[in-house]
Design a protein around this ligand. Structure first.
Ligand code: COA
Length: 151
């Protein structure tokens, strides 16, 4: 499934399955680089992701290809990284966040739930507002909440 409605469709189907008693596994590509990280269930971690040491991943997280996930971080549930995103060290990503291709996150950042970081955006501030869109370099918050037709 895609990240539509900021991952809330994926969350709904996942929770429906759990409610019916299904068990969920996670897929971690043999071509990803991992360091014995704690990874939850129903995660999809594709090729060329690097998840550095001491970083924890929650449930129902998608890391498409080629992301750099820095050390001592935490990615919570229902988050979607597209491709070639750089999450620096010591970051906390709250649920439902979405990262466009080539987005960059400064170290020690704490992203609020439902943050959409646009493709190519460079987040230099270390905090975001819930359900908000950040665009550009340095990334600026767009007016209004996430209402994008796609996400
Ligand atoms: C931020 C985003 C959600 C906005 O999408 P949107 O609302 O459909 O925006 P539009 O394409 O209508 O563009 C509106 C304006 O913003 C600009 N814009 C769009 N995305 C931008 C971005 N990432 N950075 C800078 N400007 C951007 C457009 O050039 C356009 O400018 P204009 O008004 O001067 O013509 C989208 O651009 C984005 O980043 N999506 C993620 C894409 C992605 O990573 N896909 C991976 C799929 S695997």
């Amino acid at each position: 499934m895609t990240a539509k409605k900021m991952n809330q469709l994926r969350e709904k189907i996942y929770l429906q399955g759990k409610g019916k008693g299904y068990k969920f596994v996670s897929y971690v590509s043999s071509k990803a680089t991992v360091f014995n990280n704690e990874i939850g269930e129903n995660c999809f971690i594709l090729e060329d992701n690097t998840i550095q040491p001491f970083t924890k991943i929650g449930n129902n997280v998608v890391l498409w290809s080629g992301n750099h996930i820095g050390h001592h971080g935490e990615i919570k549930d229902h988050v979607f990284f597209t491709s070639h995103v750089v999450m620096s060290g010591h970051c906390i990503i709250e649920p439902y966040c979405f990262f466009g291709v080539n987005a960059t996150i400064r170290d020690y950042s704490h992203l609020a739930k439902g943050t959409l970081l646009a493709m190519g955006a460079s987040l230099t501030k270390q905090m975001t507002d819930e359900w908000s869109v950040y665009v550009g370099n340095p990334a600026k918050k767009l007016e209004g909440k996430v209402s994008h037709k796609m996400y």
